[in-house]
Each structure stands twice: as C-alpha cells, then as structure tokens.
Write a protein that binds this ligand. Sequence first.
Ligand code: NAD
Length: 266
Amino acid sequence: MTTTLEKDLSGKVALVTGSASGIGRDIAETYARAGAAVGIADINLDAAQKTVNIIEAAGGRALAIEMDVTSEEAVNAGVQSLVDAFGSIDILVSNAGIQIIDPIDKMAFSDWKKMLNIHLDGAFLTTKAALKHMYSGDKGGTVIYMGSVHSHEASMYKAPYVTAKHGLLGLCRVLAKEGAEHNVRSHVICPGFVKTPLVEKQIPEQAAEKGISEEAVVNDIMLVNTVDKEFTTVTDIAQLALFLAAFPTNVFTGQSIVASHGWFMN
Ligand code: NAD
C-alpha cells in the first residue's frame, strides 16, 4: 500500500518520559501542536509542570506526571493517571535517560546498575504499562524508544550507556513481532549529539578527563565523524518522532532510524 502522510495526531494520547527537558520536551510540545494530548512524565515534577504550562498556553492539552521510570509502581500509576485524564494511551515515547562517563575499570557497579535501570528497566516498565491499554481490544499504538548512535556504535568511557542503547534495539524488535497482532508497532530513534543539558554537562567532563579544551571535545570528539560538524537538534528528533507516530502503517516497525549528520550510516 502506498501512503501519504498527514502529520496529524488529533484524538491521540501520548506519554513522553523525560519530557521536562531536552529532546523529550520538544517531542511533547510537537505532539501537542499536532493535536495529541500529552503526558509529561518526569522525575522532576516542577519542570514537567513548566512544560505543561507552555503547551497549555499554546492551546494544547497536557498533564504533568511525576514518574521515576525505574519504579514499577510509579510507572503503572502514571500511565493510569494519563488514561484516566484523556481516555487512552496511543503513543509511548520512552525517552528518559542520563549519562555517566567513566572507563570500565573505574566504573562503580552502582553507576552501571543505575544506567541500565533507567534506560532498560525504564523502557521495559513503561512499555508493559502502555501495552496493557494498547493490547486491550487490539486498539494498538506506537512505541518509540530513544536510542542513540550508541545503539550502533561504541565510544570510550560509555560502557553502560552503549550497552543499554544497544539493548533497546532488542526490545524494539521483540515488540515489533509480539505487538503486530495487537496493532502495536515499535521504533528506535538514534540521535547523534544533541545540545541538551545531558550533553552540555559532558563537554567540560570530557575536557577534564582527557586534558583537552571544550572546543576540542566538540570538534574532535563529538562531531568528528559527522559530514558537516553539525549537532543534531531537538527539532530534528521531534519531527522524526512525529513522522513515526503519525505514520499509518507497520512499514517501519522494528526499525531504528539514525539522525546524526552522517556520523553513523546504516
Ligand atoms: P535531558 O537531560 O535534557 O533530559 C532528560 C530528562 O529525563 C530530564 O528531564 C530528567 O529529569 C529525566 N529523567 C532522568 N532520570 C529519570 C527517571 N529515572 N525517570 C523519569 N525521568 C527521568 O537529556 P536529553 O539529551 O534530552 O536526553 C533524552 C534522551 O535522549 C536520553 O535517553 C538520551 O540518552 C537520549 N539521547 C540524547 C542525545 C544527546 O546528544 N542529547 C543523543 C542520543 C540520545
């Protein structure tokens, strides 16, 4: 079937985790502009409420949800509160994440576990809670995981991050197969470096770790393998997330889509 795409999410309900900041916030605002009601789920409730205020001021609908994605209880309660407020959940963007940088031989086991807990357990728990509603009556839905170029490539000092982001490909692919009979599709978005608080924090950290300037971290490490020395932007990623959420068929299910200015090419 050939399709034409209208980027319209009217009548849809989306949950975006980690949407008080950075990439998640832009996705949430973009989904709201496209007509979706959006759950702004974040561990930081005050910041989540600020995102809601911005969306409501622009005429959109949103709900702030305090959610630590590593807590099964908080995830289940948060998803239920979204469904209670807006009637369903059609789109999940599992986006919440952090970064901890250390060489493997110095990495604390507690930091390793914290990273896998947020990135992988968080993705599993939010998916499971969303599927309860998406599978009901085979209503269906779209699940988008925020992967990274590090779902495909390795970088030094990022062992748990690279491990977790690779792991999301597996979860996405299994969900593509299991979800199909219930009209659920899944995708991984894999951004290159995006200037958000998560990355702003890494620039001085890496400069100190390697004994180089911050400019060298940006040009000689972060953007070194791009074709044009450009950062990926939150808008790039939000538009891709909108495209995937609005697409009307299963043609992209199970796929990871890389947005990295040529840093990684599939
Ligand atoms: P960010 O720091 O701007 O935002 C992350 C958000 O997640 C914050 O609002 C934070 O409060 C929230 N959060 C953290 N732990 C949480 C938890 N346990 N439960 C709920 N919320 C939690 O970061 P960002 O750059 O927007 O990153 C978002 C996602 O994009 C992450 O998964 C990250 O790995 C991924 N990513 C980022 C980049 C980049 O260059 N910025 C590149 C590739 C992938």
